[in-house]
Design a protein around this ligand. Structure first.
Ligand code: M6R
Length: 612
């Protein structure tokens, strides 16, 4: 979604803003703009399309000044166009604003302001903000801070705002509610940004603004207060990852880099959470006794994180006997799920900023539930609003298509399920040790699959050109089928359906012909569903479907049925999804490459979906 960046210091602002916006490109955008303050003059430049277009414009017509704000826009209100791009200005051009989020009551505010003579140029919701600030000053607000506070009180919806005033050459202003915003602290220079990667090369410390707070950021100071004017003492956090973590490191894309990082991340998670004597520490403030008494869990999340939640449900039910439900956060928040305070809510989120997931947390808190998040981003809204957090610690995930965050979420569920099974006595310490020994094999198995990338690429190149593909899996690998299909459609734009294989006869079998690639996840272990998967594959074969199997190394049975096979090492049933999905990530990756799409920034998608 939209990206916000701001700078104040002694260096030229424009190149710093552009660099920050480039680092935010992964969030998805369709136009970009900056506003730079020089003395008492604000100059804006905006352009549609890639940042390179804005850079070209700036090269032809540079802007000078050492304070500024910048924005990448992901259109919600009004098409991508120069006029709809941010920054937006007040009628007299004295105030410039960039905004991430949605102002829900913008229509009524616009009518009210229009009646007072304000002229609007764009179709955006954002444009009401500079006009409201301007009006507040006209109505007697004694300072920019007071004008912003009066304005914030009128806004409904979500916002991270960066604001410049022509009259205030030594400050940039920012505010947040619902959309993330950080203040990066440098040496005699400070920054604002939607997230850390935008400015990671420039800072080591940051302040995470809380909802309902605003700040006056100067080159050598930061003052924070609430929208009611109560001063807030800033909490300064060290940034825990290095700039290189947000760089491509020689890989052709971030997604490929992130796929390759998975074995290391999974190993690190095991090292962090499992002691030498086989004890699991989930790093949570919730005490063992809480889990002993627990009788219901509700997992809420979106997209890939929802698939991780589906896996979590299967594993938790299997190992702990607790009743577990999982739901899409966007559905959960509008249903009546009959949750009591004894239910543990597990939101799963890479970014920690997904609007529907956050809304679900807030609802569940009103019902008195405890929240244990599985999340990747420290300081994110999900982290701050939860009672306890299991961090996936994979470093910044820049590719829009989630890969390493997904396998880390699966690993988090594996460790959490074993921990809960241990404290509740569902598994003996010996059984847990045996599970953990098998889990320790997973990172190497993932590495093995990645090593087969050339073979997987060859398979992808045979099948990428059709209009559609079908992914089938059962039990633990039903979520894998959904995730494989999601990866494929996200980055290769080939339509893909994920299905529970047992459902095939109830509809999708009608799609099967010799042009349809059917990706069957059929790893052979002791699992009861292996035979069932074989029967499903035979049904596909009988209808001339193109079978691509994900199968266990050494499985000769499958070789008689499948045209192409991605062989993976054998791991325990329960952990096969962590290994199998990596084959599907690579399959999608090379299909996208063959189809020539923008893999890290697929069309229309945003990395973190901060609006409903
Ligand atoms: O940041 P979150 O994990 O909350 O994001 C949830 C989804 O938006 C995300 O997983 C999305 O589906 C990805 N593009 C999947 O690759």
């Amino acid at each position: 979604m939209c990206g916000v960046v701001g700078y104040i210091g002694s260096k030229e602002a424009a190149p710093i803003l552009i660099d920050g916006l480039q680092r935010l490109e992964y969030r998805g955008y369709d136009s970009a703009g900056i506003a730079v303050l020089n003395g008492s003059k604000i100059t804006s430049r905006k352009e549609v399309g890639r940042l390179a277009n804005l850079e070209k414009m700036l090269a032809a017509d540079p802007v000078k000044g050492t304070r500024g704000i910048g924005h990448t826009r992901w259109a919600t209100h009004g098409a991508p166009s120069q006029i709809n791009s941010h920054p937006h200005s007040s009628s007299d051009g004295s105030i410039a604003v960039v905004h991430n989020g949605i102002i829900e009551n913008y229509a009524e505010l616009r009518d009210e302001l229009s009646a007072k003579g304000h002229k609007f140029l764009s179709e955006t919701d954002t444009e009401v903000v500079p006009h409201l600030i301007e009006q507040s000053l006209k109505d007697g607000a004694k300072s920019p801070v007071e004008a912003i506070q009066r304005t914030l009180k009128r806004l409904r919806g979500a916002y991270a705002l960066g604001i410049l005033f022509r009259t205030e050459p030594d400050a940039i202003y920012c505010a947040r509610k619902g959309s993330p915003l950080i203040i990066g602290l440098g040496e005699k220079e400070n920054f604002i940004a939607s997230d850390v990667p935008a400015i990671i090369n420039r800072i080591k410390k940051a302040i995470y603004l809380n909802d309902g707070e605003m700040a006056v950021v100067r080159a050598d100071s930061v003052e924070i207060c609430t929208m009611e004017g109560v001063a807030v003492t800033p909490v300064i956090k060290e940034i825990s990852f290095k700039a290189e973590a947000a760089e491509c490191a020689g890989f052709e894309t971030f997604m490929l880099k992130e796929i390759h990082e998975q074995p290391r991340i999974l190993r690190a998670m095991l090292e962090k959470h499992v002691s030498a004597d086989g004890k699991i520490d989930i790093g949570s403030d919730l005490k063992p006794d809480y889990f002993r008494k627990l009788n219901r869990i509700m997992i809420v999340s979106c997209g890939t994180a929802y698939h991780a939640g589906m896996y979590g449900k299967l594993l938790l039910e299997n190992l702990t006997g607790i009743a577990v439900e999982t739901d899409l956060a966007s559905e959960f928040r509008y249903r009546d799920p009959k949750i009591d305070p004894g239910t543990l809510i597990i939101p799963v989120s890479q970014s920690g900023e997904t609007a529907d997931t956050l809304a679900s947390i807030r609802m569940a808190k009103e019902w008195g539930c405890k929240i244990l998040a599985i999340c990747n981003v420290e300081g994110s809204s999900v982290v701050r609003e939860s009672d306890a957090v299991f961090f996936t610690n994979c470093g910044p995930e820049i590719g829009v298509a989630s890969t390493k965050a997904y396998t880390a979420q699966l690993m988090a569920f594996a460790l959490f399920s074993l921990y809960v099974a241990g404290v509740r006595g569902n598994l003996t310490p010996e059984q847990i040790k045996s599970y953990l020994a098998d889990l320790q094999e997973v990172p190497d198995a993932v590495h093995y699959v990645i090593q087969k990338k050339d073979e997987i690429q060859a398979i992808s190149e045979k099948h990428h050109d059709g209009p559609s593909s079908l992914y089938l899996g059962r039990k633990f690998n039903y979520p894998t089928a959904l995730e494989g299909a999601l990866k494929n459609k996200e980055i290769s734009y080939q339509h893909a359906e994920g299905y529970a294989a047992g459902e095939m006869k109830h509809g999708p079998i009608a799609l099967i012909n010799d042009a349809l690639p059917v990706i069957c996840i059929c790893t052979k272990t002791s699992d009861e569903v292996y035979e069932k998967m074989l029967s499903n594959i035979k049904e596909v074969e009988a209808r001339s479907g193109r079978i691509i199997a994900v199968a266990t190394e050494g499985d000769t049975e499958i070789a008689k049925l499948a045209g192409d096979i991605i062989y993976v090492p054998e791991v325990r049933d329960e952990f096969t999804p962590i290994v199998n999905v990596v084959g599907l990530q690579l399959l999608a990756y090379y299909a996208a490459r063959a189809r020539g799409t923008d893999i890290d920034k697929p069309r229309n998608l945003a990395k973190s979906v901060t609006v409903e």
